[in-house]
Structures are given as structure tokens and as C-alpha cells.
Write a protein that binds this ligand. Structure first.
Ligand SMILES: *Cc1c(COP(=O)(O)O)cnc(C)c1O
Length: 395
């Protein structure tokens, strides 16, 4: 039997004891190339000196003051996060799901208390993923995550991702918000069709509801620019971040403009740990590296190196190694297979490579944002080899 951890997790292999750059080491000293970064979390890889310096410096000084007061590192991180997202205020949380909860609460309260309109509905997308708490779970458009947890929170509906007409038909007088990922992550690394995010912006404006972009996975430079929605030049009213924002420490952020500030007045929402000084110090260190045009360009450049390396090897692989499509942006890639991606992830683990599954048939690569060209090229080779070697034998 493994460690006494809740059985909703099925951890593979031996315990990890150490990380260095884009490699993790288990308790027998075996090295693994990290092409997952957790799930797109370890944005600076493992043991990044700037992140460690910030953590040590903060841990030596101050760990907690509560949100009754403000710690200097929290003020600094809030300024960096709002600057990076082009917003004015941020509600800080401990996780992505909580950032979604705050966004939904903001939208309902903005409608009901500030604008005095009976709006409460949230239109979301099929195959979306927004988290596991009840509000975020209700927003999530994947029935498998709902199973056994009903009844869910009322007011959430789901339309096919990318279908403008369905979105227009679903948003009405009672709609408080439209909530979308600019590029679906857990649903299988699915890009928004050209024009879809702008259409969502227009529909939200016409219906008088808020547009929320869930950039928990796509934000913080994962696709190149700080926000993936910048590829389309579309701005949401509210943006959620988490995952990579603090390089492995738990932090989430719900960012919004001053125009919505009245929605969250004193006492309306709060979190004991949200915006913890240590996590905020980590976030400032991450943003100081990731939130620059040069870094964004380099993520895009290295993303192309990965894509090209995959493409070249797949072109000469038998039956294209069963890969139906390769899609993604920056350092977020999905390989849609003609079969389940799980055995491939297991095989990769056996070979010392960490990758994840998105949807059922999509092998996801989301390496640390600091990964080198050499590791990307080597990783692409190892991935395609594992794909070839797990091809079902022809009858
Ligand atoms: C991971 C994820 C969440 C949930 O974040 P947690 O920190 O696991 O609560 C929400 N939305 C998206 C897009 C995610 O990828």
C-alpha cells in the first residue's frame, strides 16, 4: 500500500525528494525530465535562485498578518499582478477554484447590489474546467466531474465552446457573467476559434453582463504573453489567475478594474490565508521574470522549437504514432491521440519523463517556462518514441 493519502489521487512511482531546473529526483536518485511542471504550476522550474532568494528573505521577516492589515510583500505583489493584467484591483486566494468563486461572487453582487438587477446566471462552456469547489464545479462543463455531487449550484449553463450563436442565445437578461477559458486546458488543450473571444466580448456588452476569462492555466506567460487573451487582443472585465503565478506556492488572483470595485465592499468577501505574504513574495519573483516582452517572445520561440521538433519526428513515425492533431501556443501543447493518452503518460514515466493527460485522448506538455531548447528537443524525441512504442500492434 502507498502513503495514506486520499484515494482520489493515484500518485505514480517513488517519492520525489528534490528538484533542479527542469528535472525532479526520486528517493533513489533517479532523474525525471519535467514536461508537466505539476499541472502548469512550476513556472520557473525547480529551485530557481530568484524564487528561493525571495522566499528565504520573506520567511526570515514575516509569514502572516491577516487581511485586517497589509504586509509589504502583499502590496508589492498586488501592484505587479494588476500591472501585468491591466487591471486595478485584485482579490487574492489560495487556489484557482477560490479565484473562480470570487469572480462569480463579484459578478452576482455587481449585478444584484450595485446595479440592482436580478441577474444571477453564468454562461460557461462545455468541456471547460474551473475547479472543484461547488461554485467552480457548477461552472465546469464536464459531467464526469459532477457525478455524485448533485445538486449543484443553480444558475450555470453550458454551451459548445467556440459556437458564437449558442453563446448569444444563452446570454440574456438574467445573465450576470459569461465565463470562458481563452484556451481550454483540462478539456484537451483546445484553442478558441478566431474571433470567438471578441464575439464573447461583444455579446457580454450587448447583454450588459460581465465577461470573465479564466486564465488560471493559460495566464502568467504560459502561452507567451502574460494573458493568453492578448493573442486575440480581447480584454475581459474580470480575469482569474493561479497555477503558475507563484512558481509552486498556493496563490490565486481575481483581477478587475476600478469600475467594478464597489462589488466587493468591506465584509462582502474574505479569505484567512488568501494573499499570504510568503506566496506573494514568490509571485513578485515570478512576475519580475515572466512579465517582460523579451521573456514572452522567448516562450513563443521555444514553443515553436517544441512544435517543430514534434512535427519532424511525427512526420517520419509509423502511422504518425497515432497522433491526430498537435495544437497549442507558447509552452502549452496538446497531442490529440487516436487512443487514450493514459498509457502513454505511464510509459513516459517509466522512461523518466513527466507529462499529463488533458481530456481523455490528449497528451499535454506544459513544461516549466524556463526550459532550454535542448531539453525541449530531447523531450520531443522521448515523447514520440513513447508514442510509437505504445501503438496498439496491428492485427
Ligand atoms: C486548474 C484550474 C482551475 C482550478 O484551480 P485549483 O487551484 O486546482 O483550484 C480552474 N480553472 C482552470 C482553467 C484550471 O486549469
Amino acid at each position: 500500500m502507498g502513503p495514506p493519502i486520499a484515494a482520489c489521487y493515484r500518485p505514480s512511482g517513488r517519492p520525489f525528494v528534490r528538484g533542479e531546473g527542469c528535472h525532479l529526483f526520486d528517493d533513489e536518485g533517479r532523474a525525471f525530465l519535467d514536461l508537466g511542471a505539476g499541472v502548469a504550476v512550476s513556472s520557473l522550474g525547480h529551485g530557481h535562485p530568484a524564487l528561493l532568494r525571495a522566499l528565504h528573505e520573506q520567511a526570515d521577516r514575516l509569514l502572516h498578518v491577516s487581511n485586517l492589515y497589509v504586509a509589504d510583500s502583499v502590496a508589492t505583489a498586488a501592484a505587479a499582478i494588476t500591472r501585468a493584467t491591466g487591471t486595478d484591483r485584485v482579490f487574492l486566494t489560495n487556489s484557482g477554484a477560490e479565484a473562480i468563486e470570487a469572480a462569480i461572487k463579484l459578478a452576482r453582487r455587481w449585478s444584484q447590489v450595485v446595479r440592482e438587477e436580478p441577474r444571477f446566471r453564468v454562461v460557461c462552456a462545455e468541456r471547460s474546467f474551473h475547479g472543484r469547489t461547488f461554485g467552480a464545479l457548477s461552472a465546469t462543463g464536464q459531467p464526469k466531474y459532477h457525478e455524485g455531487f448533485e445538486p449543484l449550484v443553480p444558475g450555470f449553463s453550458h454551451v459548445p465552446y467556440g459556437d458564437v450563436d449558442a453563446l448569444a442565445a444563452a446570454a440574456g437578461d438574467e445573465t450576470a457573467a459569461i465565463l470562458l477559458e481563452p484556451l481550454q486546458g483540462e478539456g484537451g488543450v483546445r484553442l478558441a476559434p478566431p474571433g470567438y473571444l471578441q464575439a464573447a466580448r461583444d455579446i457580454a456588452d450587448q447583454r450588459g453582463c460581465l465577461l470573465i476569462f479564466d486564465e488560471i492555466q493559460t495566464g502568467v506567460g504560459r502561452t507567451g504573453p502574460f494573458l493568453a487573451s492578448s493573442h486575440d487582443g480581447v480584454r475581459a472585465d474580470v480575469v482569474t489567475l493561479a497555477k503558475g503565478i507563484a512558481g509552486g506556492l498556493p496563490l490565486g488572483a481575481t483581477c478587475y478594474p476600478e469600475a467594478l470595485a464597489e462589488a466587493l465592499t468591506p465584509g462582502s468577501h474574505a479569505s484567512t490565508f488568501g494573499g499570504n505574504p510568503l506566496c506573494c513574495a514568490a509571485a513578485s519573483a515570478v512576475l519580475s521574470i515572466v512579465d517582460t516582452p523579451a521573456f514572452a517572445d522567448d516562450v513563443l520561440r521555444r514553443g515553436q522549437i517544441l512544435h517543430e521538433a514534434l512535427r519532424q519526428r511525427l512526420d517520419t513515425a509509423p502511422a504518425r504514432a497515432g497522433v491526430v492533431e498537435v495544437r497549442g501556443r507558447g509552452l502549452m501543447w496538446g497531442l490529440e491521440l487516436d487512443r487514450s493518452a493514459r498509457p502513454v503518460v505511464t510509459e513516459l514515466f517509466e522512461r523518466g519523463v513527466l507529462a499529463t493527460v488533458a481530456g481523455e485522448r490528449v497528451l499535454r506538455l506544459s513544461p516549466p517556462l524556463v526550459i532550454s531548447d535542448e531539453d525541449l528537443i530531447a523531450g520531443a524525441g522521448l515523447v514520440v518514441d513513447a508514442l510509437i512504442d505504445t501503438l496498439p500492434t496491428s492485427p
